[in-house]
Design a protein around this ligand. Structure first.
Ligand code: ZN
Length: 408
């Protein structure tokens, strides 16, 4: 699938430190140690609606990781999927009387435009579920050889008990898993399953739904196997970071890891699992079912500077849940005006310590609020008349572009 355009990223005069990240599986801050290029997989959208601020926060968090790795001297291989066939997409297409392919293409393009406006670096491989069907089929066959697949009617299921490490990604107990599985697209109640937590690998054709030929009969891939197959193809096992929102920890990341680990025994799926907290609005988690979404494209259509959206997101650490408010956005608009004034002066307060502090903050579990605070201190000093560093404006301009993705 076509990705989006790469913004110019300045090269900084100093390298950043090694990047540490909070890993959900170990429950600890871990130093990433890429061998060769750093390998990152972030779960992509199901393109049935526009990008909301919660999505934007996720892709921006992993954009900071991508940039921190690059600034530390690593090449990065970044892979993202697009779930361009799945139940929510088909249901929405039926509801609004639009062809599902057309809906998926339209919303995927809107997502690309939003990511471009927010200066999110594109993935090197941007892969759709539909185009990954041959990869999914191969992986299911491998799981069949491992004895981890059984059928219920025309559907194929993955036996979660086949993965000895099942449960380690989320660290949840069985009751918690059953609750979340039911809430997040699973079917624990379905008759004929060996374990209520087993997940669909291949969904046999239903009347009125799209289907593709396979050795298992016509049908379409399950969601978790789509990501495992794409990650294995483009990154291989033991890649550096699996990223997504906290709502993907279970079942999605647990199942994707389990399927890959049963197909490739002896190695782990990802070295670390990192998750963006949920973004709320009007006191509730931002979600389609609650109808309290703030769309990036709607803000852009209201002439809001995408860099102000980006700064609003940067002022929140990626891990805790937080609430979007219009005040936060308008504060960011005002701040950017002060930032632009300071940058336009040319000379300013000493830039070198700010460069060190921003790179250190981002390498420390992507602490963007700390990085932003360092820049704001520089802006304040510069606007108050400190002109001790003749090239400070250019240095800070490059820094906030390369490390924070803000081009002013
Ligand atoms: Zn995924």
């Amino acid at each position: 699938m076509r990705t989006w355009s790469t913004p110019h990223v300045p090269v900084l005069p100093v390298a950043g430190p090694p990047v540490s990240l909070f890993d959900a599986r170990s429950g600890a801050l871990v130093e990433t140690r890429p061998e060769g290029p750093a390998r990152l997989y972030v779960c992509g959208i199901t393109p049935y609606d526009a990008t909301h601020i919660g999505h934007a926060a996720t892709y921006l968090a992993f954009d900071l990781l991508n940039r921190a790795w690059r600034n530390a001297g690593h090449d990065v291989v970044y892979v993202q999927n697009v779930t361009d066939v799945d139940d929510p997409l088909l249901e929405r297409a039926t509801k609004v009387h639009v062809d599902w392919v057309e809906l998926a293409e339209r919303e995927t393009q809107l997502f690309r435009d939003d990511m471009t406006a927010l200066r999110v670096l594109p993935p090197e491989h941007y892969i759709g579920a539909v185009e990954s069907i041959p990869l999914v089929i191969t992986l299911i066959e491998r799981l069949q050889e491992a004895g981890a697949v059984y059928s219920v009617d025309t559907d194929l299921y993955f036996s979660v008990t086949a993965d000895e490490a099942f449960g380690e990604v989320s660290g949840l107990d069985r009751d918690q898993m059953l609750t979340l599985f039911a809430e997040r697209g699973g079917d624990p109640e379905r008759a004929g399953k060996k374990d209520p937590l087993d997940c669909v690998l291949w969904r046999g054709e239903r009347p009125g739904e799209p289907a593709w030929d396979s050795p298992f009969g016509p049908g379409r891939p399950g969601w978790h196997i789509e990501c495992s197959a794409i990650a294995l193809e483009y990154l291989g096992m033991n890649f550096d970071v699996q990223g997504g929102g906290t709502d993907l920890v279970f079942p999605h990341h647990e199942m994707s890891a389990g399927e890959a680990q049963v197909a490739h025994p002896g190695s782990a799926y990802a070295k670390a699992y990192a998750h963006q907290g949920m973004v709320g609005y009007d006191g509730e988690k931002m979600s389609k079912s609650r109808g309290n979404l703030v769309f990036v494209s709607a803000l852009r259509n209201s002439e809001v500077d995408p860099m102000a959206i980006r700064l609003t997101l940067l002022r929140q650490h990626y891990r805790p849940d937080w609430e979007w408010t219009d005040d936060k956005l308008w504060n960011a608009v005002d701040s950017l005006a002060a930032w632009r004034t300071a940058l336009s002066l040319g000379a300013g307060a000493d830039a070198a310590p700010v460069v060190d502090e921003v790179l250190a903050a981002l390498a420390d579990d992507l602490d963007a609020p700390r990085a932003v605070a360092a820049v704001e201190a520089w802006v304040e000093a510069t606007n108050a008349g400190d002109d001790s560093d003749p090239d400070a404006g250019a240095s800070i301009g490059n820094l906030i572009d390369a490390a924070l993705g803000l081009a002013l």
